[in-house]
Design a protein around this ligand. Sequence first.
Ligand code: DNO
Length: 399
Amino acid sequence: MRQAWRWFGPNDPVSLDDIRQAGASDVVTALHDIPIGDVWSVPAITERQALIEGGDGGKSALRWSVVESVAVHDHIKRGADGWQAYAENFAQTLRHLGQCGIHTVCYNFMPVIDWTRTDLRFDLPNGAKALRFDADEFAMFDLYLLKRDGAPGEYDSSATARAKAKFDEFPQSRRDRLCETIMAGLPGGMSGSHGIEEFRSALAAYQDISDDELRQNLYNFLDYVLPVAEQAGVNLAIHPDDPPCRLLGMPRVVCTADDVAGLFQRLPSPANGLTLCAGTFGAHVDNDLPAMAKQFGSRIHFTHLRGTRRDVDNPLSFIEAEHLDSDIDMIAVIRNLLAEEKARYTQGKAHEIIMRPDHGHLMLDDLRKEKINPGYSAIGRLKGLAEIRGVLRTLAALE
Ligand code: DNO
């Protein structure tokens, strides 16, 4: 397995030198400055590549091996007039990436909001801070802050009562922070930030789109881009919807193992692959992560090996737990991914799966830093990567 690290580019407070010290060999990044829907030109890609791979006189080598993510334009997700032009731009970006030797591209098909949390500094008993998704706080936002038209019909009476209790309990400052956390977009989010009116109208545009329609729009998009990806030597790796449940009345199509199985059945192209984001899938009670690692083995090109722990009294709420200590049997996931690599190797195929740690806890010195990207501070991810590296080494030694 190749050990990678997400980097947000030259303005990331965690530098390429830090990544070298973490012991990662591969970098996961994107050209975040290019507007969603525009083509990434070859010079723009090679310039970033030179920065990462330039060698810098005797320093450990790094390789930009995964793009996370090329964003899918909203027109494509809605199947709106002119979506094909955006699909063509996406395809052109894939051609350029393939030409530059970057062969793995993560993307997602989440409408309006990318990954979503309600608390970016949830206190853990050990003094570190974690990201958290609290379903009641989210419902409170939907019902009492956003006041979305369809919302009251979508929560049962006990969920509504819990949301109301939160609303009453939260001072204005916490309500404001919740709005910002949900609407401003998190690092690496592919949908940008919204003001409340803009947010309402972006959501309204999905009001009449069912899960089946969104799924069909995903298939139409992939019908368009997969042949290009194959030709360009690029594997696409869809990232699941995070969290894997219905939000704000919008359709969702990549939440469970069944969703993923359906996608591969409908579009068997070898370029049609998966980002096995253990933490995201693990937040859904139906998903068995070790089984998914086995079931989708040959399609897994990229993996986020983080863990989530669901609340006992509400399985829709969760915290980002320790990488090895969560609801997920991470050792079994890794064992199955290593078995997949071995099978590929035996078949003479490119065999290495790229992994990265994800959403580390905010801890130690990072707690005192002014500028951190939530989930992407250095030390928590360093801890996650080091723990996973220990598992990789141990399982290899036991072979
Ligand atoms: C959060 C990430 C997401 C993910 C994109 C994938 O940390 O897992 O931002 O990168 O949604 O396209």
